[in-house]
Design a protein around this ligand. Structure first.
Ligand code: TYD
Ligand code: MG
Length: 465
């Protein structure tokens, strides 16, 4: 059969049959690389599926929507709880037996550490099963020494292999019959069906789709690690997100111990869930009450700080927002923001200038979300503005006040979602007052024991701080 050649952009995954100097999709220069696809009969998805068909199980994919005791997807009902409550939360209530999870993140953030702990936790709740951990980037000794450090208890039920050839991994799967397969990492594996180097777009795609087939036909939970690369030189996890069931991203500042695990996509649960972990000398441990962690270093009644209750998935989180305004020596004032989109900050400052008479256009503004969290929720508008205003007029906000509200371009304060949950969390952490949209006062009154202050327009903000 004829071999096909294609040129794939290594940054965005665009492919074409002829070489181009510039990728028409993402505009990257010199990013197209020749990739050969060996076209053999075995290359079909059906071949992989046949290889792993579980004997005795139905081959038909046809059932009725209402069929309850169908054994086609046992996953949804038989979730196994992992070792960590935070991890269960991001997975939507535990691990699905044939779920395919992609976990992305910067190198060194703690992905391999988490997966060893996942393997250990899985063995604790499923002592009769097996786990296969395949590493393409570390030696067996390295993994063993990490396992010692993590005090992995079930090390005799976890098979370890150092391998980069996908076909050989499949043989290992046949040999060890695992219920959980961990592949670390995506960019190091390659299949013989494609000639290009490991980590190129076509390899990454092919490896992922073959693993997906393995997960579904042999009913194995597969966890795949993908490094996020900034320069796009190696194809990253973004390119295969659409193929997998669940996409988790591991974030955190280098040098800090807090790690955030975020659900970007989940066929078995909510997206935007957030798990909070701490990296300790014995691996990752759950942070049971993240709000108190985010607020732990807060200084009392400081100028330029305000607290907001933001929703991360189904969980409310209290976060401190900080603003520093200093008179600008230049015609164009500086705007620097960490954790809040700079476009958003530009809008908020313009609304403040226009509707709250804050002389912000001749001030440099530095904005920060404490604890390294990234905020994208409109419900944080009012608190961000309160922090900026407090810095401009040099008046501290009482440390027991929380702000909630979206602000429109005309300065009106709009409703936020799930207000009761947010107020409850504030009350739990000992806050005494919530400034919230006037239109939601009635709904919020259900929560007793915290004083509520309604606000209709940002022009009133000055009198509330
Ligand atoms: P690792 O899991 O190797 O990261 P990744 O697989 O995402 O590249 O973790 C790397 C960092 O974690 C490393 O700098 C050391 C740190 N670490 C701890 O702080 N405590 C531990 O118990 C372990 C195993 C690692
Ligand atoms: Mg690793």
């Amino acid at each position: 059969m004829k071999n096909k050649t294609q040129y794939s952009c290594q940054s965005c995954g665009f492919s074409t049959s002829k070489w181009l100097g510039r990728c028409p999709e993402c505009g990257g220069w010199n990013s197209l690389v020749e990739e050969k696809i060996v076209n053999t009969k075995d290359n079909s998805i059906a071949a992989v599926r046949d290889q792993f068909q579980v004997p005795g199980k139905t081959t038909s994919n046809l059932i009725k929507l209402g069929d309850e005791n169908s054994n086609l997807r046992p996953g949804f009902s038989n979730r196994s709880i992992t070792h960590s409550k935070e991890l269960d939360r991001v997975l939507g209530g535990g691990m699905v037996p044939d779920g395919f999870v992609l976990i992305g993140g910067d190198p060194g953030i703690g992905k391999s550490t988490l997966l060893l702990q996942v393997a250990d936790g899985f063995m604790q709740s499923n002592p009769e099963k097996h786990v296969l951990y395949v590493s393409g980037e570390e030696s067996l000794e390295q993994i063993q020494s990490r396992a010692k450090r993590l005090k992995i208890e079930n090390s005799n039920s976890i098979f370890l292999a150092a391998e980069t050839q996908l076909e050989k991994v499949f043989n290992l799967v046949k040999e060890t019959n695992p219920s959980l397969l961990i592949m670390d990492s995506l960019q190091t594996f390659s299949t013989g069906f494609i000639e290009s180097a490991p980590g190129t777009v076509s390899q990454v795609r092919e490896v992922t789709s073959r693993l997906m087939n393995l997960a579904k036909s042999a009913r194995i939970a597969v966890w795949l690690v993908g490094h996020v690369t900034k320069d796009g030189a190696i194809a990253g996890p973004k390119i295969v997100e659409h193929l997998v069931d669940t996409v988790l991203y591991f974030e955190g500042e280098q040098g800090q111990t807090m790690r955030l695990l975020r659900t970007v996509k989940n066929r078995f649960g909510n997206t935007n869930e957030l798990g909070v972990f701490e990296m300790t000398s014995e691996g990752l441990s759950d942070v049971a009450n993240p709000s108190s962690l985010f607020l732990s270093e807060r200084s009392q009644e400081a100028v330029g700080t305000a607290i907001v209750a933001t929703m991360e998935g189904s969980r409310p989180l209290l976060v401190e927002l900080q603003a520093l305004c200093v008179p600008s020596p230049y015609g164009t004032p500086r705007r620097t923001s960490v954790g809040l989109d700079s476009q958003k900050l530009a809008i908020l400052t313009a609304v403040l200038e226009k509707h709250a008479e804050a002389p912000i256009l001749n001030h440099d503004l530095f904005f920060n979300v404490a604890g390294g969290l990234k905020l994208s929720e409109p419900a944080c508008d009012l608190a961000s503005m309160a922090a900026i205003l407090s810095s401009i007029i040099e008046r501290p906000i009482p440390s027991s006040t929380v702000f909630l509200g979206e602000v429109g371009l005309t300065g009106e304060v709009r409703k936020v979602s799930q207000i009761e949950l947010r107020i409850d969390e504030a009350k739990k952490l000992g806050f005494k007052e919530v400034v919230l949209p006037w239109s939601q006062m009635d709904r919020a009154k259900k929560t007793k024991g915290i004083s509520l202050v309604g606000i209709q327009h940002v022009s009133e903000l000055r009198s509330k701080i």
